[in-house]
Ligand binder design. Structure first.
Ligand SMILES: [Zn+2]
Length: 773
């Protein structure tokens, strides 16, 4: 991402007026002693560090003179090192080093070194950091190297740490937590936290699907922070609010422990940069790098390794229980839509959900019934993937004892088995299995073998796949603590599964969440955040298609918790908590929430899904079912955009918002007679996305959830989408494809009235392509 090249002095080659402005601004901004500064700079950015301590004093964006580092903290340590021993954890920082030295081997590089630590354990330690800037971009790369780590346990290395001041105006923090989310004024939100420290922290690879974050104020410069790790090493990205209102960004690196090595030197750099724009600008910066990496080149979708039936799936049905509750409604829905419907199947298994894993087989309805239902569904062209958790083993199951599973479960740093109680009805815990053990890979791949080869599933939904467990069990034979052994072993696991499947070409392995490092291993990614309010309630974080904006051409995402019914209750859970009326209809006041969830998934390029579908909904909730059927049909006519297109910025036009009712009810919300939790929320009533196809056509998706017509009016230039200057504009909607208007002289102008709840794709077809058609 960062090109290492010659620095250009800011005054050289710049117009005199700009140079004077820059000098003026620098003099006015800088209150510290210039003699004590060491700097690197290019025409875009200038980094000033203290020559006495190595602390970052300023990160100046020279284009508008803004700076985002707190310049009043000349001793703010750019790193913190946690050393663990029997007495606990000690943290080292720059003030603990008696000596600091620095070098500038070339114009773009600073080398900083701290050593002679006062801490007895760290006497031999020296810490070096390398800061490199590009010739002409606003990014800098930061690397760290620890020497003399032999004999000490380095638990965590926080580097870099940047203290970010606040610009005037509303501030936004965009984070690729799986699909992606954004929060307005994160400092205000964090200040309301009771716990200390007040912080956000996400781990990668795992909840962070990509290794980047963006903190910005619209119209001003913002912080772009990322990593260029191609090996999937475990790390956390964090923001902490300090008592003065500064946000401290830091990258927490977790070394492999007890390697016997005297050096810890991550193979990757942190990227710290300045950018102007919004979350999509940050996504575009990241995309430049991410789509050139190995996981993009080797993505199963990009390599054409995805089964045809998956690409052709027009609609997913996510139902639970016996085949009569799952495959029968799927066949009815497929008949209704006359397009391929695929099945995402929970609670097919013999064990109770979330505590009886992995005793999946035989299915709860029995072997014969299950196989016969599956074969009948296949006869109708319906494919089904079945749920199996790829991490958990119930610690109260018979198999846990009988198979001695505890030995192969992940352990924490104190040697304790990592467990969690997910099932609030039974309170029975499950343990996290260690992916790096052959035992677990064998166990899970054998389960997949049975589910697919014997029970005729078309694939497996590997729950909790896009997560990463740190394990400290030395007997497992992997490096303990941090490292990248989890992902390396996940790759071996999927290879092992595929090696056991007879019909490999039609096998789908799906995972929960999304993650760039899983692109070569999984065919399909569940990005449920389009329906986040339904399982998490509304909060300050808003869902954005961050992952799709970067990797849509390299991944198929799907799924939606969107339902018109109260979710079902597992028949194998305790009877006393079961709802009196199963599959109760949700109040009609939540119908607009259903439409919103569906509209998001259409506009943002997911394969659509409906949860808890039953045939009576087609008459009882006719408008909502029609909505999703239309949506799937329109999408099916625009697969060049919505399956294979590249995410682009949507031309600007005003989108109204409306307040409506939001329900929250997950499968666990019904305990002790709790009913649906209801909220009011204000959301847009039009959802949009813009997609560029391989053959350079543009598709702008529009999905209205309004009861009123809405006039769309926008202009843009062909050049901003790198399209030829003239062409035609079409509309694809449920009636088919119609000519709307043409454009010329590089100016695209679209006037179109969306009918109530209309779903369409505005197609911009440049003339060269049009003539070929
Ligand atoms: Zn382990």
């Amino acid at each position: 991402m960062i090109l290492q090249t010659r620095i250009t002095k800011i005054y050289r080659g710049m117009p005199i007026t700009i140079s004077l402005i820059v000098i003026f601004l620098l003099l006015n901004q800088c209150s510290c002693d210039h003699k004590n500064l060491i700097s690197v700079e290019n025409p875009k950015i200038k980094l000033d560090l203290s020559s006495r301590t190595g602390a970052l004093i300023d990160f100046i964006d020279l284009e508008d003179s803004s700076a985002f580092q707190d310049r009043n903290s000349p001793s703010f340590s750019p790193w913190e090192i946690e050393i663990a021993d029997s007495s606990g954890i000690q943290t080292l920082e720059i003030k603990d080093a008696a000596r600091f030295r620095h070098w500038k081997p070339n114009d773009t590089t600073l080398i900083l070194e701290w050593d002679r630590f006062r801490n007895k354990k760290a006497r031999k330690l020296s810490v070096k950091s390398y800061i490199v800037i590009g010739t002409n971009n606003s990014m800098s790369s930061w690397r760290i190297s620890l020497n003399g780590t032999g004999g000490i346990i380095v638990n965590k290395v926080a580097f870099p740490r940047i203290k970010v001041s606040r610009a005037e105006g509303d501030e936004y923090l965009a984070v690729p937590e799986w699909m992606g989310q954004i929060i307005k004024n994160p400092r205000d939100y964090l200040s309301s936290f009771k716990a200390n420290p007040k912080k956000f922290e996400w781990s990668y690879p795992g909840p962070l699907s990509m290794q980047c974050v963006a903190l910005y104020t619209p119209g001003k410069r913002g912080l772009y922070a990322a990593c260029n790790d191609t090996m999937a090493f475990r790390k956390n990205l964090a923001f902490t609010l300090d008592t003065s209102g500064y946000l401290i960004y830091q990258l927490n690196n977790f070394p492999e422990l007890e390697t016997g090595s005297d050096i810890y030197e991550p193979s990757y750099s942190a990227i710290i940069g300045s950018f102007k724009g919004d979350w999509l600008t940050a996504a575009e910066i990241y995309r430049e790098w991410g789509t050139k990496q190995k996981w993009s080149r080797e993505s199963r979708f990009a390599k054409g390794q995805i089964p045809e039936w998956l690409e052709k799936t027009a609609l997913w049905i996510w139902n639970r229980g016996r085949s009569s509750n799952v495959l029968v409604p799927a066949a009815e829905l497929q008949k209704r839509i006359d397009l391929p419907v695929s099945v995402f199947w929970h609670w097919w298994h013999g064990c109770s959900y979330d505590d009886g894993f992995p005793e999946y087989i035989p299915p709860r309805e029995g072997k014969k019934s299950f196989i016969s239902a599956m074969e009948s569904a296949h006869g109708k062209g319906i494919n089904a993937i079945v749920y199996m958790n790829q991490a958990l083993w119930g610690t109260t199951t018979e198999s846990w004892k009988k198979e001695g599973a505890e030995r192969f479960a992940a352990k924490d740093s104190k040697g304790k088995t990592l467990t969690h109680v997910f099932n609030i009805f039974t309170g029975k815990p499950t343990a996290y299995m260690c992916m790096a053990t052959q035992f677990w890979k064998d166990k899970y791949s054998n389960l997949c073998d049975s589910a697919v080869n014997i029970y005729k599933a078309n694939g497996v939904y590997m729950d909790m796949a896009c997560l990463n467990t740190m394990c400290f069990d030395k007997s497992h034979g992997h490096p303990v603590g941090g490292g990248n052994y989890h992902i390396r072993n996940f790759s071996m696991m999927t290879d092992l599964i595929r090696s056991k499947i007879k019909d490999k070409e039609n096998l789908v392995l799906a995972g929960e969440g999304a993650g760039e490092v899983w692109l070569p291993y999984l065919d399909l990614f569940l990005t449920l955040a389009v329906s986040k309010e339904r399982y998490a309630g509304p909060d300050a974080w808003e869902t954005i298609p961050f992952f799709q904006a970067v990797y849509h051409q390299y991944s198929i995402t799907y799924g939606n918790y969107s339902s018109l019914l109260v979710p079902p209750y597992d028949e194998l859970w305790p009877k006393e908590f079961a709802p009196e009326v199963p599959l109760k209809m949700l109040d009609k006041k939540f119908n607009r929430q259903f439409l919103m969830e569906q509209a998001r998934s259409f506009a943002w390029g997911l394969q659509p899904a409906i949860s808890n579908y039953r045939d009576f909904l087609a008459s009882e909730r006719n408008e909502e079912i029609e909505y999703i059927l239309n949506l799937a049909k329109v999408r099916n006519m625009g697969l060049q955009y919505l399956l294979k297109g590249k995410f682009m910025r949507t031309p600007e036009f005003e989108i109204p918002v409306q307040e409506f009712d939001i329900s929250r009810l997950s499968i666990y919300a019904g305990k002790m007679g709790e009913s649906v939790t209801s909220f009011k929320g204000t959301y847009p009533i039009i959802y949009t996305g813009t997609w560029k196809s391989d053959n350079k056509n543009l598709g702008i998706t529009l999905a209205s959830i309004s009861d009123d017509p809405f006039k769309i009016s926008f202009t843009c230039t062909a050049a901003e989408y790198e399209l030829p200057a003239a062409g035609n504009i079409y509309v694809i909607n449920s009636s088919g494809r119609k000519y709307l208007s043409s454009y010329s002289d590089n100016k695209i102008s679209v006037e179109f009235t969306l009918k109530p709840r209309e779903i369409c794709i505005i197609e911009i077809i440049p003339e060269t392509q049009y003539k070929q058609m």
